[in-house]
Design a protein around this ligand. Sequence first.
Ligand SMILES: [Zn+2]
Length: 233
Amino acid sequence: MANIANELWNDFVSLIFPENCISCGELLVRGEDHLCTACRYQLPIVDEAIRDSLLTNKFVYEPKISFVDAFLTFKKSGITQKLLHQLKYKGNRELGVMLGAWYGNQLIEKPGFSAFDIIVPVPLHKRKLRIRGYNQSMAIAEGLSVATQKPVDAELLVRSKFTSTQTKKQKVDRWQNVENIFAITSAESVKGKKVLLVDDVLTTGSTLSSCASALISAGAEGIGICALAVSHK
Ligand SMILES: [Zn+2]
């Protein structure tokens, strides 16, 4: 009975507050979420040729980075841009989780993926986090975790503003990478682990490279990189 009541309530709510597809604007029907079925089938999924080029094109040679993957290609004013806009500026956390889960269902099929132990989202600047209210990479990571059953550790990697007083205070717990942008909060949680880094967009790869080197210098056994979208040139 409770289920029927719930469904009736949901139908009632969507009658009063109809939801539209964030890509084409069409009214959504029952069972559709954020995107209509037509737009979902038009998602520009990254093809194998692009995927194979990501490791060599975006990252300097680092033997511990063994896996690089992205879900969607990014083109200006395309559907991917609309999705990213929702994540970044509209606070659409639910959409991030949903897309992460779709992506995760693909990822589990890919060779090499099963080896990873933990999922780690790229952290946001504190200031950005305050403005945005949430970390979009964390939402994607949550969706990935639902689909892949791998745990997320959102505390492991932090953005650090490097100052000498901080170094003195937390020397033992900090493994600074060369650019001093990211730090590891617990070496115990990294040592010997294969870490899957998650970001919303892969552009030059420099942010993800910085994250990877911080994790590697703290003793990570291997690094995988996956992004919801890639701007491919
Ligand atoms: Zn649509």
